[in-house]
Design a protein around this ligand. Structure first.
Ligand SMILES: [Zn+2]
Length: 354
């Protein structure tokens, strides 16, 4: 099939445009070399629901903003790159087609354009949109980077069948400035690493990726084979900025909510699948998905100590590891956690005496 690697079955675009670095991070091959992550969609939905329920806040506005900035930056750089290498840009409608095809590849949704008026409005329908607020943010950023004007998203329907209209409108300058600053700052990372992957000779993606995921590009659905969870590939900075802002607003409360939500989600998930995998095998999948690289695992008595280099989000990765150990060891742990603020975290798990 067109766009699918005949050797490993992954979309050719994924392997050809990304590099799996030896430090546990996936980075775009072309400028601006943004970090990408293969997220667990079910995990993020569970997390956002937990945050909304426990804080009473509607965080969708913040999620839309984070993703809007992410998309704006990504598409603007893509257009710059086009100009620098090939001269003139294709007509806007063709750029939308290129971008919407990429949305299928990344597992964000299968999109059709229903109505388009240059510089004014666009209406699209999406089948299998991954998550409405993130999708609406992405679409807004795409439109703005191509048309050069601010838009407001409105939608009908849900993830299975969504109709989204973007119209010229005003944003929220204060919120936008704060989130923009965080998106620009991005994620601290350590450069070191000695990971090595066996790559597909045809498209360049790690062969391990095709063992991990089943990728239905036409329907924009990527499934993790082991768990059945839906995943998607996307930029990392936008989500990082959303969580950073939530932490600024709500302080330690939000960190506690993220850690406990991740712990519960991971414990439940790995308890269901642990007969078919192992603790080490699951930790080894983290860098393949750009979640960061678990390292320096030590056991002292019943306690475990572990570092993660380059976690995509400190608290999400730390909480997931907490629940992962509890599932595989069938033991509850007191959790200790230290973030370096510069690209690695330390986790300590002390068994609770039963
Ligand atoms: Zn391949």
């Amino acid at each position: 099939m067109k766009g699918i690697c005949s050797k490993c079955g992954m979309p050719t675009n994924i392997g050809r445009t990304n590099v799996w670095q030896p430090n546990g991070v996936i980075v775009g091959k072309y400028p601006p070399h943004l970090r990408g992550t293969i997220y667990d969609l079910d995990e993020l939905k569970y997390l956002f629901d937990s945050i909304a329920r426990q804080t009473g806040l509607d965080i969708s506005r913040l999620i839309i903003e984070g993703k809007r900035k992410d998309a704006l930056r990504f598409i603007s750089s893509m257009l710059e790159h086009f100009k620098e290498t090939g001269g003139s840009l294709p007509p806007a409608i063709n750029i939308y087609e290129i971008v919407f095809n990429l949305c299928k590849v990344w597992g964000l949704g299968a999109i059709e354009i229903l109505n388009y008026q240059e510089g004014e409005t666009i209406t699209i329908s999406a089948k299998n949109a991954y998550y409405v607020p993130m999708f609406a943010g992405d679409a807004s950023g795409v439109f703005e980077s191509i048309e050069g004007c601010r838009v407001v998203p409105e939608w009908k329907g849900d993830e299975s069948k969504l109709t989204l209209t973007l119209k010229r409108g005003e944003g929220e300058p204060e919120l936008e400035q704060r989130i923009e600053a965080e998106v620009e700052k991005g994620i601290p990372s350590k450069e070191e690493g000695d990971l090595w992957y066996q790559l597909c000779g045809e498209c360049g993606a790690p062969l391990e990726l095709s063992r991990l995921l089943s990728w239905d590009m036409e329907n924009a659905i990527i499934i993790e084979k082991l768990t059945g969870n839906r995943t998607f590939f996307h930029n990392t900075n936008g989500l990082f900025a959303v969580v950073k802002l939530l932490v600024d607003e709500l302080g330690e409360d939000i960190e506690r909510i993220i850690l406990s939500s991740e712990r519960a989600f991971a414990k439940n998930l790995y308890t269901k699948v642990k007969e078919n995998t192992s603790l080490d095998a699951e930790l080894n999948k983290f860098p393949l998905r750009s979640w960061g690289r678990p390292s320096q695992l030590k056991k002292e008595g019943g306690a475990f100590f572990i570092h993660v280099d380059n976690p995509y989000l400190d608290h999400i990765v730390a909480g997931r590891i907490w629940g992962l150990f509890e599932a595989f060891k069938e033991q509850e742990y007191i959790f200790g956690f230290e973030s370096s603020g510069s690209g690695y975290i330390k986790i300590e798990l002390d068994p609770i005496a039963s």
